[in-house]
Design a protein around this ligand. Structure first.
Ligand code: CA
Length: 232
């Protein structure tokens, strides 16, 4: 694991390098925005960035915006003396994963580094796969048997709910409360309408239907013939 430290204060840099190396991380240091950009585009691929905001000749938030607009998706923890809420919000909006205010304890920083790396490593956080259907949670695109399927936001939310509960019967009330955030309204057929939209998009000719109606109970997402037969 390689950590890029973007910081101009030599005292803090050496404190971080010493501590992180003792914990088994490799470190690289950049002390200005151009050095940071060069390090990120360089051969050594960092797994995480610790980013100071007040840098000579530029602002760390601009480095972060540059990263996010140039496809650098690695996690970033902002390190700064600015404790004002507005700065935290600006940093998080620009794509930071976490925020640590100076002065900080090394133990707290280390715990945050580990937490952020743990989240970034989970493959399940970026996609859900059930049968021949795959949801890419980062790009919000669904794929079935290699075919790309474009979904509207509600259709996406509905499909994600079904895929997170495969083979489970979901009642209309459960679906309404999780996808539409409504409490149950009798007479609303919005769930049936959207299940219809999803079926039309998912059921390409030659492929098995995935969303089955369970009479009097709701709907079930199935990815095998046995599940379809059992639902009737
Ligand atoms: Ca600084």
């Amino acid at each position: 694991m390689q950590i890029l430290i973007v910081e101009d204060d030599r005292g803090i840099t050496s404190f971080l390098e010493k501590g992180l190396r003792a914990e088994g991380y490799a470190t690289e240091v950049a002390s200005t925005p151009p050095e940071a950009r060069a390090a990120l585009d360089g051969a050594e691929r960092a797994d995480l960035v610790l980013l100071d905001l007040g840098l000579p000749g530029g602002d760390g938030v601009d480095v972060l915006r540059w990263m996010r607009s140039h496809g650098h998706t690695l996690p970033v923890i902002i390190l700064t003396a600015r404790s004002e809420v507005a700065h935290k919000v600006e940093g998080l909006n620009a794509g930071a994963n976490d925020y640590v205010t100076k002065p900080f304890s090394f133990d707290e920083l280390l715990a945050r580094v580990r937490a952020v790396l743990r989240t970034a490593e989970q493959p399940s956080s970026s996609e859900i796969v059930v049968g021949d259907l795959r949801l890419d949670l980062l790009t919000k695109v669904a794929w079935r048997a290699g075919q790309r399927i474009e979904l509207a936001p509600r259709e996406w939310a509905l499909l994600e709910l079904f895929m997170r509960h495969p083979h489970q019967v979901l009642s209309r009330a459960q679906i309404l409360s999780s996808v539409w955030d409504y409490s149950f309204e009798t007479g609303s057929n919005v769930v049936d309408v959207y299940v219809g939209y999803l079926r039309r998009k998912l059921n390409t000719p030659g492929l098995e239907p995935l969303l089955v109606t369970v009479r009097g109970a709701g709907y079930r997402f199935v990815d095998d013939a046995r599940g379809r037969a059992a639902s009737g």
